[in-house]
Design a protein around this ligand. Structure first.
Ligand code: SUG
Length: 430
């Protein structure tokens, strides 16, 4: 059974605004000059790698930014240029949120339960409300529209609106599925945060996780709390410290509040369960968060599994040494490490796993996905040329008040929609 990877194409407005408290990379790079063109090309190179590994690869589109609708709802009026200029003069932080390209991290787009796990035998998808961070809470309507376009066939798919915003939901970044293989019924693990009195917010509310599991009609579910120390160390999503694929859980020893209880349940309930764990004495939480080693894309490929890692994981000697041991150990199926430069996304706290939403599908369901979101080599070539032509080379914080940049970003996105043959009205846009 194939597992479609839907990566977010990095949008033309990618910038470093330091909007995410608890995301150490994002807050420490606040105010830096970004390189949207390079960022999108880095993402496309990763998609090309995954496609080359024999894994189906698609994309989700950047959202329309800056989000003038948000600024108008906040009381700014006049024509678009006037709205941007006035808002920037008064509340630059609000304007930065309106420009955010954070929809690129599609692990936060939705939670996906494959047909093998659900009561009605269809793939269920709940779009994430992303309610905890204002710059991310604006994403779900455009994401919902795209998911409804991509997964329109009701014989195979059910796309749900978000759970109520009173309960923060950050989608697949806090969701792991363990099963002997993609096609077998699995145990879905929803990881939530608590962190009472901590410096950093927990973003995934357990009620949101339970609601998603209920809506999807899941038969086998486990709710597991994240370790508060992981959140405090900068693991704002569980996928910063753990990743699962098939029967394999690759995780940091301190990722979960009740590590022993979780491991015991998985060992009892998942046939062939295989734990690949980094001991804190060898790889600290700080190493894990700084290198994003667990934010690897763990993929089923010919002969076993491969990890797609960011360059930062290779640059940390303790992390790299541990990874070498993992691939040499015949007790787990991970046999290859692929390292890619994703520096632009990484500097906002987004590694290889953040950039992709996984959708496990039967061949028939894959054939029912809207072809326009699927990639092949020729389409990747065309997208690279398009990005080189239209995406801004650099964005500095002061540029966010510049209406010309707004025009450029809108033109870039229009060119992308044209190239893919998607009309704005299909996404509910004027
Ligand atoms: O929500 N960064 C994102 C990174 C999301 C990573 N996703 C996963 N771990 N799955 C976030 O914190 C930073 C944007 C800024 O500050 O400009 C940002 O939104």
């Amino acid at each position: 059974m194939p597992e479609l990877q839907l990566d977010g194409l990095v949008g033309p407005s990618h910038n470093y605004a330091g909007l995410s408290l608890g995301n150490l990379a994002a807050t420490s790079n606040a105010g830096a000059v970004s390189a949207p063109r390079a960022a999108a090309l880095q993402g496309l190179a990763k998609m090309r790698l995954v496609l080359g590994l024999g894994v189906p690869q698609g994309l989700l589109l950047p959202h329309d930014r800056p989000n003038l609708g948000l600024l108008r709802a906040m009381g700014f009026d006049g024509n678009d240029r006037a709205v941007l200029t006035a808002a920037h003069g008064e509340d630059a932080a609000l304007v930065a949120a309106a420009w955010s390209a954070s929809a690129m991290w599609t692990a936060n787009a939705a939670t996906v339960s494959p047909a093998a796990d659900t009561a009605d035998g269809r793939t269920h998808i709940t779009v994430a409300n992303l309610a905890t961070m204002p710059h991310r809470a604006q994403e779900w309507p455009a994401t919902l529209a795209q998911l409804r376009l991509a997964f329109a066939d009701p014989r195979h798919f059910v796309v749900h609106p978000p759970v109520p915003a009173s309960f923060g939901d950050e989608g697949a970044a806090n969701h792991m599925r363990l099963a002997p293989g993609h096609e077998a019924p699995g145990l879905e693990v929803f990881v939530y945060g608590e962190n009472p009195g901590g410096r950093f917010p927990a973003r995934q509310h357990p009620r949101a996780s339970a609601a998603v599991a209920r809506r999807h009609g899941l038969r086998r579910v486990l709710l597991a709390p994240q370790a508060d120390c992981a959140i405090e160390a900068g693991a704002f999503h569980n996928d910063v410290v753990a990743v699962a694929n098939g029967p394999v859980l690759l995780a940091h020893e301190q990722a979960f509040a009740d590590r022993d209880g979780l491991v015991a349940r998985l060992a009892a309930e998942v046939p062939g369960f295989c734990l690949v764990e980094a001991p804190a004495g060898e790889v600290s939480l700080e190493d894990a968060v700084g290198s994003y080693l667990f934010n690897a894309a763990l993929l089923s490929v010919e002969g076993g599994m491969a990890l797609v890692l960011p360059g930062e994981a290779q640059a940390n000697p303790r992390v790299w040494r541990w990874l070498q041991r993992v691939v040499q150990d015949p007790a787990n199926p991970i046999h290859t490490l692929h390292v890619r430069d994703l520096r632009e996304s990484m500097r906002n706290g987004g590694g290889p796993a953040c950039l992709r939403l996984r959708v496990q599908l039967s061949d028939a369901a894959l054939a029912a996905v809207d072809r326009r979101v699927l990639l092949d080599e020729a389409r990747l070539d065309a997208l690279e040329r398009l990005v080189e032509r239209w995406w801004p080379e650099r964005i500095a914080p002061a540029d966010l008040g510049n209406p010309d940049l707004m025009d450029q970003c809108r033109a870039a996105r229009r060119a992308l929609l044209d190239a893919l043959g998607i009309a704005p009205r299909e996404l509910g846009e004027a």
